[in-house]
Design a protein around this ligand. Structure first.
Ligand code: ZN
Length: 458
């Protein structure tokens, strides 16, 4: 028997309303990669699905990474000397650089400006900025508000705690007839923003809620994890389960009004890639398919060369292609309820199609093709094949995440491409072709990475 959307206990119209109301509830919570915001979010999801909560202590080594201190925040503001709040965390949690250390002092505007982030290109939005692995503090502000600040001195207060604690994540497993698994992964670390990524969270929750009572051939594993460090932690702790993962998808940016975009797995021709494309074609609506690239969300860990799992990502508008991305503009008003509904339906159809084809052996081109190495090209091997290394500690780029300058962006992309494809099969020339980055840049960055022992000549 195959599963069918019309057999669910509720109509997609009702599920749409449930997803949006869950999003409204989760929106105000100040989340981060650790802390009570994550716990609160998981507690709420637990009302819908009986997920298990896991806590990993600060200091635990997971591959090249170490679980950071836990961050919690109560309040933060900048006020003028008359006591009037100019920047207020209570109005938007995006106003504080996520992971800011506590501070309480009076400082000059010039000094304060070194700790303020604004984006002149999007002057009416608060940018989302994080500093997880570099202890500092900061505020984020609409550029139009920043230019109004003229006083000589301001009071600055951040009531936060950065101390030993835990990294928290949630997992929910539906046992199917078979041990073979479909992995559904989404991230719960972003504060008040909807498309990135409450949309992924509410679609994953609805899928889990309505699939859990069906009789399935595949087992389905749902992960609600902090992005990057959560995926790395999960992979580290569950290496015995990885062989069961036959297909996977990372859920993000599923509530905007744009058409669907499918980012293929690193393999490129896995059953999940074929299945998603088939379902999108059948909808007869506009969609886009993009080849795997080694940045973005957690697919870059699942698809790191040491795992190379068949995990893709079905999203709507690609992150960083909508102007509201990583800003206060990515709010409830930006959401399109019908997009959420359609996203839920697509994911359901993809799982139904995988169920229908269960046990039918597919032959994949990549498995048969042996790449012949060229004597004229240079090959490297990454020293961290399982998940990307914690680049912050190698001093290869600045620590501020969320927003960075263009020139730094190219450099960062080159680093990701080289690390992911230095698998002994792809040469630097292949990497330049795939990434469409300049070969000279690839060579320059590969020398840097070689000097840091992140890659070795092969
Ligand atoms: Zn994001």
């Amino acid at each position: 028997m195959t599963i069918n959307i019309s057999n669910l206990q509720k109509s997609s119209e009702e599920i749409k309303e449930e997803m949006f109301s869950l999003m409204q509830e989760l929106f105000p919570i100040c989340r981060s990669i650790t802390g009570n915001g994550v716990r609160k979010t998981l507690e709420r999801i637990k009302k819908d699905i009986p997920l298990s909560k896991f806590e990993i202590p600060t200091g635990t080594q997971v591959f090249d990474w170490i679980i950071p201190k836990e961050w919690n925040i109560v309040d933060a503001y900048v006020s003028d000397l008359s006591g009037k709040k100019i920047i207020d965390f209570q109005k938007s949690n995006l106003h504080v650089v996520n992971y800011s250390i506590p501070i309480k002092k009076q400082i000059s505007l010039n000094e304060l400006k070194k700790h303020i982030f604004s984006n002149p290109e999007k002057p009416n939005y608060i940018p989302y900025v994080t500093s997880y692995y570099n202890e500092t503090w900061g505020f984020c502000l609409e550029h139009n508000e920043l230019i109004k600040m003229k006083d000589k001195k301001y009071d600055v207060i951040i009531e936060s705690k950065l101390e030993d604690g835990f990294l928290t994540y949630g997992e929910f497993f539906i046992k199917g007839e078979s041990e073979n698994e479909i992995l559904i992964s989404t991230y719960i670390c972003h504060p008040s923003m909807c498309n990135d990524n409450l949309s992924g969270v509410v679609v994953a929750t609805a899928l889990a809620k309505y699939l859990k009572n069906l009789k399935l051939k595949y087992s389905i594993r749902f992960l609600f994890i902090p992005e990057t460090i959560g995926a790395i932690s999960w992979l580290y702790l569950n290496q015995n389960k990885i062989k069961n993962i036959k297909h996977g998808l990372v859920l993000t940016c599923l509530g905007d009004s744009g058409h669907f975009t499918y980012k293929k797995s690193r393999r490129g021709d896995a059953e999940i890639d074929e299945t998603v494309v088939k379902i999108l074609k059948e909808s007869k609506k506009k969609f886009e398919v993009v080849e795997f690239f080694p940045w973005g969300s957690d697919e870059r860990q699942f698809c790191s060369p040491g795992f190379n799992l068949p995990v893709g990502s079905l999203i709507r508008t690609m992150y960083d292609k909508f102007p509201e991305y990583h800003t206060s503009g990515d709010n409830l008003d930006f959401m399109n309820k019908n997009s959420l509904k359609e996203s839920f339906e697509k994911y359901f159809l993809i799982i139904s199609e995988l169920e229908k084809n269960f046990g039918i052996k597919k032959i994949h081109v990549n498995e048969k093709r042996e790449k012949i190495r060229s004597d004229k090209e240079s090959y490297f091997l990454t020293t961290n094949p399982k998940c990307e290394p914690q680049l912050g500690k190698y001093n290869v780029y600045k620590n501020f995440g969320g927003q960075y300058e263009e020139s730094q962006k190219e450099r960062k992309l080159a680093i990701f491409w080289i690390l992911n494809y230095s698998d002994g099969v792809h040469s630097l020339e292949d990497i330049a072709r795939k990434s469409k980055l300049d070969l000279d840049l690839i060579k320059k960055i590969s020398s840097l990475l070689e000097s840091k022992k992140l890659i070795l000549r092969n």
